[in-house]
Design a protein around this ligand. Sequence first.
Ligand code: G6P
Length: 601
Amino acid sequence: MCGIIGYVGKNQKSLDVLITGLESLEYRGYDSAGVAFISDDKLNIVKEQGRIRNLKEKLDFNMPTNIGIGHTRWATHGLPKTVNAHPHNVSKITLVHNGIIENYEEIKEKFKTYNFKSETDTEVAACLLNNLYEKNNNMLDAIKEFIKEAKGAYALGIINTDYKDILYAVKKNSPLIIGVGKSENFIASDVHAILKYTNKYIVLEDETFAKITKDEINIFDKNGNSISYVIKEFNEDEKVCSKGIYDHFMLKEINEQPEVIKKTIESCLINKKIDFSKYLENKNIKKIVIIACGSAVNAGYVGKFLIEEYANIPVDVEIASEFRYKKVFINKECLVIPISQSGETADTLEALKIAKSYGCYTLGIINVVESSIARICDDVIYIKAGPEIAVATTKAYLAQVLVLTLLAIYLGKKNNLINEKLEQELEQELNLLPNKIESLLENKDYEKIAKELYSKQDIFFIGRNVDYALCMEGSLKLKEISYIHSEAYAAGELKHGTISLIDSNTPTIAIITKKSIASKTISNVKEIKSREGKIILVTSSDTYNINDSDYDYEIVIPKTKEIFRPILAIVPLQLISYYVAKLKGCDIDKPKNLAKSVTVE
Ligand code: G6P
């Protein structure tokens, strides 16, 4: 992962530009941060372990400088210590890097005599580039050869002390944009980092590189030929990136869900009808394969159960990092759906390329417009979640589940399994969902339940079918932000071993929204109760009857059609996790060791 930023221009206060940019890129990693800049003709490198605020304390913002690069790190090679922080310098070359140089050991071997200071692959990249520069005495030739030698993924921002007014950038398999200003230009891992200064940007393509001065941008292909580029405009409002009245971005984003759902529904309707015909009308789909990572996989599981049940099409959900290295069973009759909030997740991107190589039609469900995955998919359904800042996803996950639900309805209709009457009922109910989420947000029981849970070591989540898929996301949410160990179990599977872990100190959250199998999960709840395990139920009022003595807490979601219950039932799980993490004093928006956009495999 990691976030990179670079500036060259008229602004003598480029340190402000670098730090503002890095602050908006901190979601990409926050193990350490650093900047390199030229001031009074001299190169300065300042770096510090931990958050950007630590780096800021070490900087003298009065130093005049109009060229610099900056980095916020998510450690891959080497501990999150200052010595491993970027930028890395070797002689005339100083660079910041996002990605992994896979053959760095091989390259390092060639420079055995060089005294490497860090454990990073990035310092090796700097050493290689410096060597190529010394050999060629020309930066463009050096970068051209670098592309030939370096394997893996990289977005590099580079300065060379021989050319104190030029910023260089090169990219392969990691995101990088060039911001276009007036007498100033930028590079960044994403466009938000430069929006304060310009909304004009160029997307750098793989295996291309750029030479950037304050007035000129030149882009070259891997053979060093100059290539043309398109300047795009980003029109989203920058101020969405503030917490507003909320203590945390996560809480803000949970509360934005009614609006997100409303906007996403609107974007999937044509003449008030759920309509994906422009993507799917003429497609004869025999199988669907969903590829994704993290919460997006969990959304995929909800989609699997719904599409299989309502549209009678088999769906495989593949963890993208596994899909890349296994035998795959896909062909032209498969619809492949990559799901990704960021649109940059390296494993999902590579899995998508595999699907394309088999001739599959690829239809992405993505949040970030113009992201790498979005650009490679044949078509994209954009969720309307807006920028998501908290590392733990909430509103993007929910919008992904919504789109998959709508796809299940559309495909069910296409396969004559949903008749017009049911379709109308579903479409009417759909419009009531934002208000129903609103009412769930007002429930005050989550904090009470969180008090019961926050001191526990282990928590289980159980459910069957689509409720099991919800458990996966509920469990992931809880562990990633509160650091409490939790596991999602298919309710019927608990008795095959794991029930031995249940005792009065190990609570279970049971999700029961599916009427046809509610009684089965209730039996499993009773099994837990009779071993003194505490039970928290998340359920729908018309699902079943249960004795008060069989559970300890109950959250009842508003009445809705069964197909829409996952959209409601996840909200209590998000809020319970949030309040547990808050009671534990965790860094909710930036949990330890994580990053929001995972651009390494
Ligand atoms: C990271 C994030 C998760 C996210 C996953 C996939 O692990 O912390 O919240 O679900 O990446 O990201 P994507 O952007 O592809 O949805």
